[in-house]
Design a protein around this ligand. Structure first.
Ligand SMILES: [Zn+2]
Length: 295
């Protein structure tokens, strides 16, 4: 039986899961991300050993992490300058493909999730951070520098002051889409409008209960999201956009944004669909396993 293992490396935890050939999850394990590189490799070894004990010997392993390449990573300091896939290959005796987590998440949605059956799909992550992955004919389009689909660090098209102040972004620029549509940006917009401090998560709860102030903030927020989506439509023009992340369950998101994006696009009636992701935060893990399977 094929046992496909995916490893999803994060700044605070490393998750791993085993799947069968039909994508059914057989087992999952999570351990904290250690500080040193040796401990890091040992954690990967432990995770795979536990999964193999539960499900059988791995036939393939794939890895994803929150950065574009293995040498310039700020989110997981232990890995900076290390040849992670090379070292994991020595440990496991497999070729271990590696990809950015947003790209892996998009691959999972396009192959087995909400984007299945579409030739072009953008997987948008809308939460604490904003990013994405673009899949064309079943393949990740990562780009020459691993920067394709990193829409969080494009400036917002058709920016107006109502969208929020020009907050400095981690990339060193101001006006980035991430700083205008992330969870903290939504909370900031609400504070600007009402002087109330409410988290984005809590705003989702209040909106579902019909809170007028929050619904008015969301109305302004969805216009900003529609502008951000135009950066995706004009760059990739996908048939479908799947949304994951903490803000993906905001009431009205999937109706209000497509109503507005034509206003800012060259084509006034885009046929692109906007839908929730099928796998949510588990998509990266599943995509890493798919990547391994294809190698
Ligand atoms: Zn930025």
């Amino acid at each position: 039986m094929a046992i496909e293992i995916g490893i999803d490396i994060g700044g605070t935890k490393i998750a791993a899961a085993a799947y069968d050939k039909d994508g059914r999850e057989l087992a999952q394990e999570v351990l904290p991300t250690p500080a040193s590189y040796d401990a890091f490799l040992d954690t990967c070894r432990k995770l795979v050993a536990v999964l193999e004990e539960k499900s059988g010997r791995a036939t393939s392993i794939g890895v994803c992490a929150p950065y574009a390449d293995e040498t310039t990573n700020a989110n997981v300091p232990a890995l900076i300058g290390k040849n992670l896939s090379g070292d994991l290959e020595k440990i496991f005796g497999h070729i271990i493909p590696f990809a950015n987590d947003a790209n892996c998440a998009a691959l999972a949605e396009a192959t087995e999730g909400a984007g299945r059956g579409y030739a072009s799909m953008f997987g948008l992550i809308l939460g604490t951070g904003v990013g994405g992955g673009f899949i064309l004919n079943g393949k990740i389009m990562a780009g020459a520098n691993g920067m394709a689909a990193e829409i969080g660090h494009l400036p917002l098209p058709h920016y107006e002051p109502i969208d929020g102040s020009r907050v400095l972004c981690g990339c060193g620029q101001t006006g980035c889409i991430e700083k205008l549509i992330s969870g903290s940006a939504l909370a900031r917009l609400h504070h600007q409008r009402t002087e109330n401090d409410v988290s984005a998560k809590q705003m989702g709860v209040l909106a579902a209960k019909g809170n007028k102030d929050v619904l008015e903030t969301l109305d302004a927020y969805y216009t900003t999201v529609a502008k951000a989506m135009v950066a995706i439509l004009h760059s990739f023009d996908p048939e479908i956009v799947t949304v994951s992340g903490g803000l993906s369950s905001l009431p009205g998101l999937y109706d209000e944004v497509p109503k507005r994006w034509g206003r800012f696009a060259v084509n006034k009636n885009p046929v692109t669909q906007l839908v929730p992701s099928a796998f949510g935060s588990m998509a990266g893990l599943r995509g890493a396993a798919l990547l391994g399977k294809r190698t």
